[in-house]
Write a protein that binds this ligand. Sequence first.
Ligand SMILES: NC(=O)c1ccc[n+]([C@@H]2O[C@H](COP(=O)([O-])OP(=O)(O)OC[C@H]3O[C@@H](n4cnc5c(N)ncnc54)[C@H](O)[C@@H]3O)[C@@H](O)[C@H]2O)c1
Length: 440
Amino acid sequence: MKVAVFGLGYVGTITAAGLASQGNVVVGVDVDEMKVELLGRGISPVVEPGIDELVAETVAAGSLRATRDVADALEAADVSLICVGTPSLMRGDTDLSFVTRVLDEMRDAMGRVRPPSSGVHSVVIRSTVPPGTGATVVAPAFAPDRLPLGWSVETAMCPEFLREGCGVEDFFNPPFVVVGSEERYTRELLAELFGFIDCGVHHVDVPTAEALKYACNAFHAVKITFANEMGRVFSQCAVDSRKVMEILCEDHKLNISPAYLRPGFAFGGSCLPKDLRSLQHLARHMAVDLPLISATTVSNELVVRQVVDRVLATDHRHVCLLGLSFKMNTDDLRESPSLELAERLVGKGLEVRIYDPIVRPDRLVGGNLRHLQSKLAHVNRLLADSPEEALEGAEVVIVASSHPAVLGALARSNAEVVLDTSGRLGDLVERLPGYEGVSW
Ligand SMILES: NC(=O)c1ccc[n+]([C@@H]2O[C@H](COP(=O)([O-])OP(=O)(O)OC[C@H]3O[C@@H](n4cnc5c(N)ncnc54)[C@H](O)[C@@H]3O)[C@@H](O)[C@H]2O)c1
């Protein structure tokens, strides 16, 4: 393919040289004269292991060159990859001016050059941009009525996942290739362009591709901070924190795994809240700050509060809660966020009926029954014997259980709003007109 790469920084240089090494004809564009001149002489404008050789070889082979002239790069190009910087502004918002400037320059240049033989040119954002940029900035820049005669442009987002310091290695071995585009031609073109990479291609819409890059970077930052907080607190307890983390990473069932990584409802139960509190207390006692761990509790609390606010915003008064324990298949009510939710809704004066397939007074025994009767007498009074009974007259349903009895009754209900905190309703979702996921 004939490829134009805009921005010859870390991402652009590696992308340009990497694609040129795979049989494509690549032209790199930068506003920085020095970078263009260096690359023209076969010298990489950035320092990265392996990039000097890659640039030297591809320039010598005639498959990579650089220019400052946008029209020169666009002449008959099939695809443009935008790799310019997207730094932070003073308030943390993203400076998209480098992106918009490139887009404007490209559109202006299109009037002076031939379009590709296919008739379609693909403009692909490789820079990291906030979700919504494709729809509000990139696609409108190439709206048909703004293009010169003969040009048709499709847009896409294809985030880059390389890390500086091992950028070349990462470019050829990314965790995945993510192609965000609603346009079939460009989707196929990008799958072919990156077809030399031996990993799965995810075809998603543009906002998902944009968001994914943010999610990955946020997750990496959280991982680093978590490890550092564990180090900070445990090193004060004469514990080898690196040993702790080393063994922690061996757990591929719950720790280094997809477990707990699905947007859903708040955590609760008899362990996580209490042990987080204990860890925080321990740290406070030693004058160690754990802002990430502290914020976890605050953030978890926000999940419950947001559901309360959403129920109140409906202006309905009759609420049914299906599922009360802190997770499915247990009758443990200790620190259950669903219980907390029920108590707050009752406190706001709403009529609440509750059904839980396991937490039923007729099935509870011993301590659990006593706990329900003495400490949670107010909740005990709201419990229904069947999901149908709980759903009777309900305008809003909060679903925290996917027990077959619950799903069956839900399918027959005509509640106006169904707020799902379980994320396990399967195909039923399609048949519930008022369905909303709590965080998806
Ligand atoms: N650096 C990384 O490790 C990395 C990894 C993944 C994604 N990203 C993202 O990729 C993007 C680029 O990052 P980078 O580190 O390569 O940036 P960089 O600052 O190293 O390079 C950006 C280049 O764009 C050039 N440029 C600016 N305006 C231009 C224009 N109008 N036309 C042509 N060139 C222009 C600049 O001169 C510069 O050479 C950012 O959005 C970044 O968040 C970076």
